[in-house]
Design a protein around this ligand. Structure first.
Ligand code: UT7
Length: 323
């Protein structure tokens, strides 16, 4: 059977760093509150004029260099983002154009913080049909552009960034020891859409709008939903927490990450955590963490890597990858 094997990773963070102390000069908050409630110390913010496609392109170029492939080898680009450059066309076609690719297909996928898991699963399905051979899957966001910088309950939580992986469809025996994406599980439930949303859009207000969140409500559902899709991944593959080499969760809140790992019985030393330095970068958070853990030597060939995310919609999902 065809499996989507990860050939390379890359990421990019804007130069500007915004610390909790910086935020305390903008809104009524403190370093202590932010660290205690979220684990976040700082986040990166895109420069004026620096767009989601710029971040995505930089991450994609690094992932391509890491994979040893040329841009022309790529025939599919999927960008997970909720902060596209424009309402249309897709940010993915801007990346495609700037990589000099004129064949294949490129599109965006919007599942908020679960965007990367949705994009990965979609690209995997398309590679497994044989319709495409090699994909760039990117999570890229400039959430700083949709934050209400007077709302302390949201503006302290998010940051900008991008991460990317290169996937190739390869024939594998069809066993648990195969390399590649072994399983993925996607969920959504729109009854929760008012708990985390943007209060604008082309068809409603004709504006971009600002992010609004009932944080406590989101928190209440997060751990259960995360555990649900991870249990599905374990059941589908006959694996359990002990088989996992690295747990790479969406980085929204250190308390959610710790509680999820604890509930699932995943040892804390297997958890990749970047939220302290990146904040919540929505669809970019998982590929940013993956790239960091791979480049510093933690994730190695043959490792079983578990991804999960949960976010606006609600959407939630998991993926299990043999590196
Ligand atoms: O990635 C997509 C999914 N999103 C998430 O996973 C986010 C999930 N939610 C969370 O991470 C947490 O709910 C938050 C970090 C957003 C908030 O933490 P919390 O422990 O749930 O705090 P809270 O909302 O219950 O607020 C506690 C208090 C409130 O004051 P009162 O009502 O107790 O007087 C807030 O007004 O903290 C206050 N507060 C702040 N104080 C200082 C809220 N934001 C701030 C702030 N600085 N930035």
């Amino acid at each position: 059977m065809i499996r989507s094997v990860v050939l390379g990773t890359g990421s990019y963070l804007p130069e500007k760093v915004l610390t909790n102390a910086d935020l305390a000069t903008l809104v009524d908050t403190s370093d202590e509150w932010i660290i205690q409630r979220t684990g976040i110390r700082e986040r990166h913010i895109a420069a004026e004029g620096e767009m989601t496609s710029d971040l995505a392109l930089a991450a994609a170029e690094r992932a391509l260099a890491d994979s040893g492939l040329a841009a022309s080898d790529i025939d599919l680009i999927v960008v997970g983002t909720s902060t596209p450059d424009n309402t249309f066309p897709a940010t993915a076609v801007a990346v495609q154009h700037r990589l000099g690719i004129h064949h294949g297909a490129a599109f965006d996928l919007q599942a908020v913080c679960t965007g990367f898991v949705f994009a990965l699963s979609t690209a995997d399905a398309l590679l497994r049909t044989g319709q495409f051979k090699r994909a760039l899957v990117i999570g890229a966001e400039t959430f700083s552009r949709i934050l209400d910088w007077t709302d302390r309950t949201t503006c302290v939580l998010f940051g900008d960034g991008a991460g990317a992986v290169v996937l190739e469809g390869q024939e594998q025996p069809g066993a648990l020891t195969d390399r590649g994406i072994l399983t993925s599980h996607l969920r959504s439930d729109g009854q929760h859409k008012e708990k985390l949303y943007v209060d604008g859009g082309p068809s409603s207000t004709r504006t971009v709008g600002h992010l609004r969140m009932e944080g406590r409500e989101v928190f209440k559902h997060a751990v259960g939903m995360i555990a649900d899709v991870i249990d599905q991944a374990f059941a589908a593959t006959g694996t359990d927490a002990d088989d996992i080499a690295w747990f790479v969760p969406h980085q929204a809140n250190k308390r959610i990450i710790d509680a999820s790992a604890k509930k699932l019985g995943i040892a804390s030393e297997k958890v990749v955590c970047t939220v302290e330095r990146h904040g919540n970068t929505s669809a970019a958070s998982i590929p940013l963490a993956l790239d960091e853990a791979r480049r510093d030597g933690r994730i190695k060939k043959g490792d079983l890597v578990l991804l999960e995310a949960m976010g606006g919609g609600f959407t939630w999902g998991s993926a299990l990858i043999r590196w």
